[in-house]
Design a binder for this molecule. Sequence first.
Ligand SMILES: [Mg+2]
Length: 224
Amino acid sequence: MNPDKTVIVSDLDGVLVDTYIELQWFVWDKYGEWIPAAALDRYVLCEPIHEHLENAIAGRRLPSLKEFTAEIGKACWDNPDYYRRARPNPAYWQALRNWPGDLYFLTARPKCVKAATIEWLTRYGFTDRLPRSVRHDDKEYVHLYFAKNKRAVLEVLHNRHSGCEIVMIDDRPETIKDLVDLRKTCKRLRPILVEYPWSRIEGLDVEPVSLDRIADSINKGRKK
Ligand SMILES: [Mg+2]
C-alpha cells in the first residue's frame, strides 16, 4: 500500500476496535457463561450465542431470543460506555496511527454513540497524529462515517479520490460480498476481509486475511 496512491477505509468494530471481548464479558457478568468458539461461526452474533447459552445454562434464567437480542442491543450496541471501554487491536491500531496517507473510518454503529466514538478516536491518538482522519476545517467529522449502507459511502470516496486505490478493511463477510459486486463499477476498490471464524460464507470467493498481516502490509507500504 503506497500512501500517495492508497486511501484506507477502516471499519471499527472487529477491526480497529476489539469490541467482541466486551460482549464476552457482558455475557459472563450476566449469565456466568463464556461464549464458546462454536457460537462464532456466523456473523449474526445474538442468535448463535443464544443457542449456545441455552445449552450451557440448564435451569438458569435466559430470556427468549427476542428479549436477549434487545438486552444486548441496550447494554452493548447502543451503549456509549460499551465502546468507551473497548481497546484497539494493537498491531493494526499502530499501523493505522503511523499511516501518512488518507484515512477514513466507516462504521455501522448507531449515531447515538457518535460522541463516544469521536472521544475514543481522540483517546487512541487519531486526532493528534492524523488530524485529517477525524477533523475537518469545517469542524464536521467528515472522515468518520456512520452508515448502514457502506457501499454508498465507498462509491462517494471512489469518485472523490480519482487515481487512488480505495482499500476497505471490514470483518463482515456480507459487506465484503457487496463490495466485490461494487467493483464492477468502482474498479479501484479493493475490499479486504479480516479473518475470523465467521469469515467464510457461501458465494464469497475472497481469502480472509489476519489483522496482523494487514498491519504488516500497511507498515511496509509506509516504509517504501
Ligand atoms: Mg465490523
